[in-house]
Design a protein around this ligand. Structure first.
Ligand code: AMP
Ligand code: ZN
Ligand code: ZN
Length: 303
């Protein structure tokens, strides 16, 4: 029987990459400490800042929100109803009931009201649903935070997400993306600061935190994410991790420590301007979301 290294009670969790056995209480503490350390290491925010946590109803974003509350940060939730059938309905209910349980505000923006739900968007945009969805989510996170006095947007991206993106960017030598792969994106040019406090916490670790904290979360993946190449990269990294625990964390942390500072020196910032319609930062005169909205209203007028 493994024993908790802190108190000697029966361990509930074993973390091979850290060679740590912990009981429930000490695991939850370990997780909160790791989040706190990451926030400090990358100077993400302080207890004076108002943080908006983007929650999807999944284990990562709800664990993040819970951990920030435990740590005494001023954190409210933000949910975008993407209108993806039952998946969105269920994830909304879980995010809502969590917010009620912890007594925090959950702000909601609905695509039904703002434009059209994601499944309908393919009529107006030929890109894969995940790309369109990413653009729309980033847009509303930024706009909402700015209009409602939040200085920081925190997302639940975990180590597995970040390592898979890093792996893909490295395989393709997407240098411009690598230059921006950092867990803090600063506030500039109309963008709010965006942070990823779970970037050094694996998917398994955040799932264990959610389960041990009694958080009800949506287990299904978004139906549109099926077949995404990032899933293959995650599986490949998981195999390496299995053979040699700590590989994923080393791959990502050492990139941030050794490679990112070199790449960043030659970063060329894209030229941004406020969108002529909504004022959000954009590389073109009219931003991607306003463009989509125009296409939607043109089509509606014809119908
Ligand atoms: P994904 O892009 O689905 O991998 O999600 C990455 C992060 O984006 C999550 O951890 C959340 O912080 C945020 N997010 C995803 N979906 C939503 C949503 N519907 N509403 C608000 N935030 C979301
Ligand atoms: Zn213990
Ligand atoms: Zn716009």
């Amino acid at each position: 029987m493994r024993k908790c290294i802190k108190c000697g009670e029966k361990a509930q969790v074993y973390l091979p990459q850290h060679r740590l056995s912990l009981c429930k209480q000490h695991y939850l503490e370990w997780f909160d400490n790791r989040v706190e350390k990451t926030i400090k290491e990358f100077k993400m925010f302080t207890r004076k800042d108002k943080v908006l946590v983007a929650v999807s109803g999944g284990k990562d974003s709800l664990s993040l929100w819970k951990s920030l509350i435990n740590l005494g940060y001023d954190a409210d939730g933000f949910y975008i109803n993407l209108g993806i059938g039952e998946y969105s309905q269920k994830s909304y209910e879980l995010a809502k009931s969590f917010s009620e349980k912890v007594g925090k505000t959950l702000h909601v923006v609905s695509l039904y009201k703002e434009m059209v739900p994601i499944p309908e968007m393919r009529k107006y945009d030929s890109r894969p649903a995940c790309s369109v969805c990413g653009t729309v989510k980033r847009y509303y996170m930024n706009k909402f935070a700015k209009e409602n006095g939040y200085k920081i947007i925190a997302t639940g991206h975990n180590l597995d997400d970040e390592a898979a993106v890093l792996f893909s960017n490295t395989l393709n030598w997407s240098v411009e993306y690598l230059k921006r792969q950092y867990p803090v994106l600063p506030e500039e040019d109309g963008f709010i600061r965006k942070v990823k406090p779970l970037c050094k916490i694996s998917e398994k670790e955040s799932a264990m935190y959610a389960v041990l904290s009694g958080i009800d979360y949506i287990e299904e993946e978004c139906p549109f994410s099926e077949g995404a190449t990032s899933i293959d990269y995650k599986m490949f990294l998981a195999q390496l991790e299995e053979k040699s625990p700590g590989t994923k964390l080393r791959f990502y942390s050492e990139f941030l420590r050794k490679m990112y500072p070199i790449l960043k020196q030659s970063e060329e910032k894209p030229k941004l301007q406020p969108c002529k319609i909504c004022g959000e930062p954009s590389t073109n005169e009219i931003c991607a979301v306003c463009n989509l909205k125009m296409k939607i209203s043109q089509k509606e007028a014809k119908a």
